[in-house]
Structure formats: C-alpha cells, structure tokens
Write a protein that binds this ligand. Structure first.
Ligand SMILES: [Zn+2]
Length: 391
C-alpha cells in the first residue's frame, strides 16, 4: 500500500439536504456574482435559480445571470462568459448547474481575468500551455447533478470543435471556495441522466482504484464512494424522488471529486473524451459505460492490478469476491439494473473504422492519464479496447 500523499482541498463543502437555504448566511467572496446557468429551462423551471438569487441577495451581493452553457461546453461559450463577467463587473462566479456549468466556471474564472484565448492556457493537444498571469475570479458551486465531482475541484473539460479536442483545463488557484451539495436539487434529474451521471461518478472512483498512483487515503475514499453509488444508483434510477438514494449518490460523487485530487483517473477518461470530441452529442457518462467492461478486462487479462479489482467487487455486492473478474460481474449487473447495458456506439454515429483515430486522439490530447494506467497501453491496444466495445 502506498502510504504517501499530497492533499490540499481548500473548498468548504456544505453537504446535505436543504443546504441551499444556508447560502445566504455564508460570507461571500465578492460583491457582485455572475450567476452561471445552462441554456436549458430546468434551472429556472425548478425554481433553483430564483432560490439562489434570493439567497445571494440575502447575503448582500448583486447578481447578473449568464444562461449560456450547453452540455459538453464549447470554448466559445467560455469566452462569451468571460466577456460577460468583465462587462458586468462581476467579481465572483456562482455556478449553479450540472457538470457542464461547473466545468465552464473554472475556465470562465480564468478568462475573466487573463487576456487572450482559452487555448493559450490549455495544456495538451494544440493548447499553448501558457501559465495564467492572474488569479481567476473566486468560484462558488451549487451542483444540481451527481456526476463530475467538479463542485470541489479546479478542473473543467472544455471542447474545441475547430480542433476536435476535448481537454481538461484547470489550475489549483481556480479551486472553488465554497461548494453547496444539496441532494434535494438533484431529485429532478431524469432516470437516463441519473444513470449516466451516476456511472461517471462511479468510474472516477474505480479509475482511482485502478490507477498506479492510488494511496491509502484515495483508496479509502474511493471504496466508500463506490459502495454507496453501487447500492443506491438503481434505486435513484427507478425513483428519482428517493432522497436517501440521491444523498448517497451525491456523497459518492463529491467524494470522487476529492479522491481525484489525491490520485489521477486513468485513460478510460482520455478515451471517452476522444469519443465525445468527435461525437459531440454523446453524453460523457454514456461513453464511459460503453467502454468500461473492455477497459477493465484489458487490465484483468494483464493481471495489472488484480487485488484492486477484488477490493472493488467486495463493496459492489459480491462480499465473497476472490478474483478480478468478479468486478466485471458486478459492473455488468449494475448496468443491467440501471437500464444502460445496451448502449451502442453506433447509436451515436461512431463508426467501427474510427477506433484507431480515437485511440490516437486519446493519447495525443490527454496522454497524461495513460501514465496513471496500472500497466502500459499502446495505441493498438487502446484501439482494440474500442473495437471490442463496439456495438
Ligand atoms: Zn468523468
């Protein structure tokens, strides 16, 4: 067991049902908030926006609402958001929404105070990798989904349609100052997205477990998160209003956000980013589900981390697990129970002859995550994982 770690999680987390009502009692990091929401209707229709604005006004701050973030957020939306923050003299950001909104807030925070284009600062792919000159705007996150864990970390995934890249952007100085995780807000997520997002949260934790950088603390957090997600995700998919299930999954998702600061995820995430960079309508969680069995099977065949798979299987409903394949058994059962076992790449326009292109893109764009894999994976082997996953 790796007994070394470097942990710095400066985000204050207010976790629990009803916590949104506490926002107005918190000290705010500025005087005027840019309230960032998606371009969809739900945040307004559910009353979350009005409740958040009321709380912010109660805390004595002014607000300006920017409703321009889409799923798989684009660089253009980030740049528009940054201009909006400057024009409206906002001195902090309140990101209210799901992963796309929270991810965008990191990039908008940076671009509101740094000149040039986001891709000047992106590391990897065609990004120029320049260091940020100025601190970003402080960020407060209020998550309305359980998936990305972005509420507590300083990374966000942004897509560049021009270059067909989907890359994680971030900087430790962009970490949110306050995160409100109120599972009551998550009850309105429809079943399909509950499943996609729940699996995303699950894979953040399972990838930390598979990573060669796993340590005693990241493993302890990840196993606790996995246990809660696996037990309660089918419940939340069946009945979104089951608050206990929402609480447990929200816990697992936020804990993933924390454990990912201790230990990196693996190339499964690079591979999914390649898929949705080329197929923009593919939800992140759905892409991960499609490749998850074969990705794990690759490392099981190589005996790269047998013990880690067994530990996971034991908290995934197979307490007597004694072989790495038990992880696959538990994973497939969960996919069945959540109604996502039949997801097909072809339904999202992916062609079988793209597998090598995707493998090369995954390596070129987010090659760093391949270094976290428990053993090497060549482009050919990566393409083979895509091929075996293809339906
Ligand atoms: Zn993810």
């Amino acid at each position: 067991m790796n007994m070394k770690f470097d942990f710095n999680n400066p985000t204050r987390i207010l976790f629990g049902s009803g916590m949104l009502n506490e926002l107005g009692n918190q000290p705010m990091p500025g005087k005027k908030a840019m309230v960032l929401i998606s371009n969809g209707k739900s945040t307004k229709a559910n009353g979350y926006l009005d409740r958040t604005l009321d709380q912010l006004h109660k805390a004595g701050v002014e607000t300006a609402v920017f409703a321009g973030i889409m799923e798989n957020p684009l660089k253009e939306a980030v740049m528009k958001g940054a201009v909006f923050a400057r024009e409206n003299l906002c001195d902090f950001i309140v990101a209210l929404g799901g992963g796309a909104v929270l991810d965008s807030s990191v990039a908008i925070s940076a671009m509101a105070t740094n000149d040039g284009d986001l891709w000047d600062y992106v590391v990897g792919g065609t990004g120029k990798g320049k260091p940020l000159s100025n601190k970003g705007l402080p960020i407060v996150t209020i998550t309305t989904t359980s998936g990305t864990g972005s509420e507590v970390n300083c990374w966000g995934v942004i897509s560049n349609l021009e270059t067909k890249e989907k890359i994680g952007f971030g900087d430790p100085m962009l970490v949110p100052v306050l995160a409100i995780v109120d599972p009551e807000l998550i009850r309105t997520v429809p079943p399909k997205y509950t499943a996609y997002q729940g699996f995303d949260a699950l894979f953040h934790n399972t990838e930390v477990m598979m990573s060669n950088g796993v340590n005693i603390l990241s493993e302890t957090i990840a196993l606790s998160a996995i246990e809660n997600i696996v037990k309660y995700l089918p419940v939340a998919v069946r009945d979104g209003n089951n608050l206990e299930a929402r609480e447990r999954i929200a816990y697992g998702s936020t804990m993933a956000g924390i454990t990912m600061q201790l230990t990196s995820t693996t190339a499964q995430h690079s591979m999914e980013h390649a898929m949705s960079a080329y197929h923009h309508n593919l939800p992140h969680g759905a892409g991960l589900i499609m490749i998850s069995k074969e990705f794990a099977q690759f490392f099981i065949d190589k005996h790269a981390c047998d013990g880690q798979f067994i530990k996971m299987a034991r908290v995934m409903g197979i307490p007597e697990a004694d072989k790495p394949e038990d992880f696959i058994t538990a994973l497939l059962k969960l996919q069945e129970e959540c109604g996502v076992a039949d997801l097909k790449m072809s339904d999202f326009g992916i062609q079988k002859d793209e597998c090598m292109t995707l493998a090369v893109n995954a390596h070129e764009t987010m090659g760093g995550l391949f270094l976290a894999n428990p053993c090497e994976m060549s482009d050919e082997e990566c393409a083979a994982v895509f091929e075996k996953s293809y339906k």
